[in-house]
Design a binder for this molecule. Structure first.
Ligand SMILES: [Zn+2]
Ligand SMILES: [Zn+2]
Length: 814
């Protein structure tokens, strides 16, 4: 019997598992990795083969997942070359490759048995920082090409010693066929270097030297799994302040690496779900609420003014060994200057991190692909991924065809180029089924270094997935690509003409497709949850280029897997100074005030109360007299004041109007603080929800044109917030009313359009209060809410939606 398996099968201990169950069932045959997955051939009695199959499917190793299983009878004589006919079962080396579509596993945090080895002084791997097994260790970050075999990884140069080889060959050992298997005798080693690159110590002394350096308050650059991190004592205010200074990072919070769950609880409140996330195989940074009475006192500079902390547990033995000897948590921030990509090459690190790190703890296992730490948060009892990096990406979505659809799969592979902020790329394949692979977070494409990292990622992805060259890629890339067999590929980008990703796509791919930003958000969630039928898509974020050229960001869609059609939007307002408004929430507030009051200085308020004068109100936003005059002038003459329907900017405005924040130091800060101000059990009335035009009678919604969109008006909220503030209502209560109002808006729109399934996507849904209240209210009203979980709700997810949009175009055009 021949089995062909597809799914998550390589690097997960599947072949050893198959070996064990085949031997136990006394079957002859073989198992091998192929570029498509795993092939198995077994010979024996029918009853034994049945037992084997039941075990194969029912008792898979933890990390493995079979998505597709095909079996066929193979008469013995047809396969004269198949091995193992003499009654034994074998693992054979990978066969020749077809198109590589096997799944690439993300890097996995150290498993408990490996940690026990590392901390057991009797064990031969005692204190060995590269200990791993088939259940844990690096995968994607060390992979040069598929299939996942040692010689295709950066473990290739390390030849196993006798003892390691024995483990590798012993089917009963946890390290049987573990491609990362090594020990202090034969594997990678650590070195401690000074800032000029001179080796100070090596092996265990390097580790001890590094720990001493942290204790003394120094900044240490540590080569981890997917790149370099900067470590310093998180309880030492001087060290943390210095790190802020050298990184050029004013107040954006630092992540904290803690020794264990207990230390995490000494800092933050940890729910059951959050505990699972912290201890999960991906070991992400989990956003947690600070404990009101922390047992450990962190430097106030770690996350100034925030009631949340990003916490992670050690994910490689290097980190476990360092934290094991310290009695305090450390700051663990990616080693880069603000928006640049994370450093992952040792030589590059010594140059780029000059002046930032005092010491470098490095090793000689090369990182093949850089991967940032993942960031997750619990929302509505589920995990929501804000950044898909180490342990979370590549992430594979299988999207089977809707029933009744003819299986005319697009012949092209799709390379989705993502957005501009929090960029990711994604690959779409269609063969037996459709498949989308979300690649790890790259970052904001602002700096030249980030753009270079972006191009490298594209090249790397094309090589891994055997995708054809995008015409015109730089020569070095082209040369590298010409060596491999090519598969036709179509690129998809955002609609925004000024995104670097769009420009790159346009310059290089004449057949480039473009998918609107918010449509992509909705499609990303439809893909992730394989939603069938119609949905109401709510796409709320900071900004995205709209089909009418204005800045969208508070949009409603009628959507299916085949595409999205805009049916509603937030009332537009002017954003004075354009992008400058992102750093100044008060500008968004001024835009709203100007839209309501214009130049009128007095406005009769609700119930006859006089509202404050516009200029007085605007002064509450901290403008100087002259500045305000100029801004009002700009608004009036429409100078650099583009129209927007952005919900993210309305959040900013609300933060400014409640007096919570008028300037932002990083994106999303104002909204996060507004959310933090709300007490989760607060139960306040919403401000009035007004939607224009009102629908009367039966209207065919598909005939609605842009100008008859349902417009959600924020004016009553702004007026309400001003009134509440004048009456002395505390900001926490105004913030709660504002959140409640937005939930009302979602439910009202769902009722209005009568669409049962509601998709919530876009950066605003990183807001836990908004997400949880909306999910609860929708369910109470009989709707079925969906939200992004493994695919980020922010711009890190739009590449997935771009693949969906691209497929639709290809199918429609035959
Ligand atoms: Zn392990
Ligand atoms: Zn060894």
């Amino acid at each position: 019997m021949h089995f062909q398996l597809a799914g998550r099968l390589q690097g997960v201990g599947l072949r050893p598992f198959v070996y064990r169950i085949a031997r136990a069932a006394d079957l002859a045959g073989w198992v091998k990795n192929t570029a498509q997955g795993v092939e198995i051939e077994v010979q024996g009695t029918e009853e034994r083969i049945c037992r084997f199959e039941a075990q194969l499917v029912g008792e898979l190793p933890d990390l493995a997942q079979i998505r597709h299983l095909e079996k066929s009878e193979v008469p013995l004589e047809v396969r004269p070359n198949s091995r193992g006919e003499n009654g034994s079962f074998q693992i054979i080396l990978s066969g020749s490759c077809g198109a590589p579509i096997a799944e690439i596993l993300p890097d996995i945090a150290t498993c408990n048995p490996c940690l026990e080895d590392v901390f057991n002084s009797e064990n031969r791997r005692y204190r060995y920082p590269f200990t791993s097994c088939t259940n844990c260790g690096p995968r994607y970050s060390i992979l040069n090409q598929l299939p996942y075999d040692r010689e295709n990884t950066t473990m290739g140069p390390f030849k196993m010693c006798g003892q390691c080889l024995t483990e590798y060959c012993n089917p009963l050992d946890r390290r049987f066929h573990s491609q990362t298997n090594c020990c202090a005798e034969c594997g990678p080693v650590l070195e401690l270097k000074d800032e000029r690159g001179r080796v100070l110590e090596s092996k265990d002394s390097a580790l001890k030297g590094a720990i001493r350096a942290i204790r003394r308050g120094a900044t240490l650059a540590v080569q981890g799994i997917g790149g370099f991190h900067l470590f310093c004592d998180a309880t030492n205010d001087l060290s943390v302040k210095r790190l802020r200074q050298v990184k050029g990072r004013e107040s954006k919070p630092f992540a904290i690496l803690v020794r264990d769950l207990e230390q995490a609880r000494g800092l933050c409140q940890v729910s059951e779900c959050e505990e699972r996330l912290l201890c999960g195989k991906g070991a992400p940074i989990v956003l947690l609420r600070r404990s009101p009475k922390p047992r450990i006192e962190l430097s106030p500079s770690v996350a100034p003014g925030l009631i949340h902390l990003g916490i992670l547990l050690p994910y490689s033995p290097i980190h476990s060994l360092i934290l094991g000897e310290l009695d305090h948590p450390v700051v663990a921030t990616s080693a880069n200057v603000s928006d640049d990509p994370i450093c992952y090459d040792q030589t590059e690190a010594l140059i780029r991190l000059k002046g930032m790190a005092d010491f470098f703890l490095v090793h000689n296992r090369r990182i093949a692909s850089r991967v940032d730490d993942s960031v997750v948060r619990e929302i509505a009892g589920t995990e929501v991924v804000f950044r898909a990096g180490r342990g979370y990406a590549p992430y594979v979505i299988h999207f089977s065809n809707a029933q009744g659809e003819t299986p005319n799969h697009p012949k092209h592979a799709i390379l989705a180029l993502g957005g501009h902020q929090k960029n990711t790329i994604a690959v779409g394949h269609s063969g037996e089924a459709r498949r989308i692979v979300l690649m790890p977070h790259i970052g904001n494409l602002e700096s030249p270094l980030a753009t270079e990292a972006y191009q490298d990622s594209i090249l790397n992805t094309q090589r891994l997935f055997d995708l054809g060259v995008i015409p015109g890629l730089k020569a070095r890339v082209k040369e590298a690509m010409e060596e491999v067999s090519l598969r036709p590929v179509i690129s998809v980008s955002d609609l925004h003409p000024n995104y670097r990703s769009t420009q790159l796509g346009q310059a290089r791919d004449p057949s480039l497709l473009q998918i609107q930003h918010h449509e992509a958000h909705i499609l990303s969630c439809i893909a992730e949850h394989q939603i069938r039928g119609e949905v109401l898509g709510v796409a709320w974020d900071g900004s995205g280029y709209g089909r009418d050229g204005s800045i969208w960001g508070g949009e409603f869609f009628r959507a299916t897997e085949r595409g999205a059609f805009r049916i509603g939007s937030l009332r537009q307002f002017q954003l004075v100074g354009g992008a400058a408004a992102i750093k100044e929430p008060r500008r968004s507030a001024l835009g709203l005030l100007y839209e309501i009051f214009g130049e009128r200085t007095h406005q009769p308020g609700p119930e006859g109360r006089g509202l404050p004068r516009l200029d007085e109100e605007a002064h509450g936003l901290g403008f100087e007299e002259r500045e305000l005059r100029n801004l009002l002038q700009a608004l009036k003459q429409n100078v650099n004041s583009p129209l927007t329907s952005s919900m993210g900017r309305v959040f900013d405005a609300a933060a400014a109007l409640t007096g919570i924040r008028v300037f932002s130091e990083y994106e999303g800060q104002a909204a996060l603080e507004l959310e933090s101000a709300v007490s989760p059990d607060a139960n306040f009335q919403a401000y009035p929800v007004q939607i224009k035009p009102s629908l009367k009678g039966e209207v065919s919604l598909y005939s609605l044109r842009e100008e008859t969109l349902a417009r959600v008006d924020w004016e009553p909220w702004v007026v309400g917030m001003l009134t509440d503030r004048t009456q002395g209502l505390p900001p926490a209560q105004i913030a709660a009313k504002f959140h409640r109002t937005l939930v009302e808006v979602i439910v009202t729109m769902a009722r209005r359009f009568g669409i049962f399934q509601v998709v919530l996507s876009g950066g605003c849904f990183q807001n836990r209060i908004l997400g949880e209240w909306a999910v609860k209210a929708l369910r109470e009203d009989g709707f079925s809410p969906f939200w992004n979980q493994r695919v980020p709700p922010n711009d890190g997810g739009i590449s997935v939606g771009q693949v969906m949009g691209g497929w639709d175009v290809l199918i429609s055009s035959g």
